[in-house]
Structure formats: structure tokens, C-alpha cells
Design a protein around this ligand. Structure first.
Ligand code: SF4
Ligand code: SF4
Length: 180
């Protein structure tokens, strides 16, 4: 945490943590603090929290180079729907059945299908080779602009431990809200 307290934008940029190993460690160390933060946010209007998170995400994401990280494409298995399976199969020059057999997993007891490769087969040199055609859940990641962030705490904390954008947004939110 920074000692000085200048303009919030500088706090955000100067104090950013990008090292994935340290972020993973910090997410363990700050587990109890984050539980308290969840309780702290409870009485705060949902829309206000969402707006702060979205503002912080804009600033922080603009300062982070995802091609120097690529972690989400290495460790997550993004959900895909039938249309996306068809599209991705075409890009691989195989038919949808082959693609599904080779690269698609199914979540037990749900209808959710996901790309089961880690790292993703479409990742090369930390960049998505099918960027324009990537699944909607990839385009949406890290989902911070979606509403009701307070009620998506488990997924927020999962992403906090592995995505520098999410980690730094949550830490900046603590600062902004004067959370001790
Ligand atoms: S979205 Fe997060 S995890 Fe994915 S590449 Fe960007 S900083 Fe890394
Ligand atoms: S499809 Fe592209 S954006 Fe999605 S996980 Fe694979 S490499 Fe990453």
C-alpha cells in the first residue's frame, strides 16, 4: 500500500501490482481483510459500488498491458455456446463434432459448455489469435462492468487472485471507500 496520498488517479497508477505470483500470495494474505470488505460494502448502495468499480476499471485497465500478462487465457476455461462452437470449429478447419470432442468440456449437472484447454488453443505469444471471433465470455472478461458486483463476490475473489486488473481495482476501491 502507498504511503503518500496524492490524487486518486496517481494512487491507482503508482500503486499497481502486476506480478502474478505476488498477487496470488496477497490474495491468500488478504483473505480475512476481503471478507471484512465484503461486509463493509453490504450497506452501500449497489449502484454506487458498481459505478466506482467501473470508473476504477477504466483507469486501471488502460494502464495494464494484457499482452504482457495473458493469464486469463492460460488458466480459465471460458464458457461457449453452440454458435461459438460452430464458429471456433470453422476457424480450426474441423467440424463442430470434432471440435467439441477435442476441445469442449461440459460442467457436471448443468448445460454449460466450456473450452477445456489450458492454456487456450487460440493463445499465441500472450495474444488471442481469434480476437475478433473470440467467445462472448472472453470479450466480457474480467466482468467488472457488469452490475451487482457485490453479489458476485465469489467470482470477483477468484478473479482477484489471478487477474491484475481485478486485484488492483479491488485494492483501489478499498482506498476510495476509506476502508480500514
Ligand atoms: S484480463 Fe487480467 S488476467 Fe487477463 S490478460 Fe488482462 S490483466 Fe491478465
Ligand atoms: S479464445 Fe482468445 S481470448 Fe478467449 S481464452 Fe482463448 S486466447 Fe483467450
Amino acid at each position: 500500500m502507498c504511503a503518500a496520498k496524492p490524487h486518486p488517479f496517481f494512487i491507482v497508477v503508482l500503486c499497481m501490482l502486476l506480478d502474478l505470483h505476488i498477487i496470488r500470495q496477497k490474495s491468500q494474505e488478504l483473505r480475512e481483510e476481503n471478507k471484512r470488505f465484503k461486509v463493509f460494502l453490504k450497506p452501500i448502495p449497489t449502484r454506487m459500488v458498481d459505478t466506482y468499480v467501473q470508473e476504477l476499471e477504466k483507469k486501471i485497465a488502460a494502464s495494464i498491458d494484457c499482452t504482457a500478462c495473458g493469464n486469463c487465457c492460460k488458466v480459465l476455461e471460458p464458457p461457449v455456446d453452440d454458435d461459438e462452437v460452430q464458429r471456433l470449429a470453422k476457424l480450426k478447419n474441423i467440424n463442430a463434432d470434432e471440435f467439441e470432442k477435442e476441445y469442449v468440456g461440459k460442467e457436471a449437472n448443468t448445460a454449460i459448455h466450456f473450452l477445456k484447454c489450458q492454456p487456450c488453443i487460440f493463445l499465441q505469444n500472450n495474444s488471442c489469435t481469434i480476437y475478433q471471433d473470440r467467445p462472448a465470455s472472453c470479450a466480457d472478461y474480467p466482468h467488472l462492468h457488469q452490475p451487482n458486483i457485490k453479489y458476485r463476490w465469489k467470482s470477483l475473489m477468484d478473479n482477484y487472485a489471478m487477474c491484475p486488473i481485478v486485484y488492483n481495482v479491488v485494492e483501489a476501491l478499498k482506498e476510495k471507500m476509506d476502508f480500514k
